[in-house]
Design a protein around this ligand. Structure first.
Ligand code: SF4
Length: 196
């Protein structure tokens, strides 16, 4: 079990700005205030969807989300970018696995501000455990959600490192710290289970 206080300390030591919230609604209120009269885009994220971020921010920003018909390419150059992680290590590494690459690419370059919205269920005690979580919990659930013909989607128990044409795990990103191109990279830790 990961320790939230240590996770915050380790993230801050790495240079991330961290904010903790008790509820998803409080985190959504924060983003609603921070991102105003500008452009914002979103990575594919059940967490962001559960938080209702797109309709809230689209009401007073230019908002782009490919899950709402927007262009993933246009989403690469907005002022702010919001997504989640597949796992967050207590030691401070942020891990994502991607199939298309738009989400991991956008967290690496192209935005002035990046926000990761992370439910408590994404925490893991260390880097190896976080990588395991991303591969064996988050990815199979995403494959099931997408209805992919993969062994993990059929069985729902773990990753089989499949060679299926419908494999969704094609790229792995690890943020050891905020990338230098962004002015601010924030991790919003939410004390609720959100996403996978
Ligand atoms: S590599 Fe294949 S089996 Fe493993 S989680 Fe990804 S899609 Fe599922």
């Amino acid at each position: 079990m990961a320790d939230l206080t240590k996770t915050v300390q380790n993230l801050e030591q790495r240079g991330f700005v961290v904010h903790c919230f008790d509820t998803a609604e409080q985190a959504a209120d924060y983003l609603d205030q921070q991102i105003d009269q500008t452009s914002v885009s979103f990575g594919g994220s059940i967490t962001a969807q559960q938080m209702g971020l797109y309709p809230r921010l689209a009401a007073h920003n230019q908002a782009i989300w490919h899950w709402e018909g927007g262009s993933a390419l246009d989403a690469m150059t907005t002022d702010a970018y919001i997504t989640s992680v597949n796992a967050l290590a207590e030691t401070g590494e942020l891990i994502n696995i991607d199939g298309t690459g738009n989400r991991v690419a956008a967290t690496f370059f192209g935005h002035r501000r990046i926000y990761f919205v992370v439910g408590i269920n994404k925490l893991a005690p260390d880097y190896d455990a976080a990588l395991w979580r991303a591969r064996n919990i988050a990815s199979p659930k995403n494959a099931q959600r997408l209805g992919r013909k993969t062994p993990c989607a059929a069985k729902g128990d773990r990753c089989y490192d499949c060679q299926s044409p419908e494999r969704i795990c094609r790229g792995l990103s690890v943020l050891w710290g905020p990338l230098m191109g962004a002015q601010v990279t924030e991790v919003l830790l939410i004390n609720q289970e959100l996403g996978y």
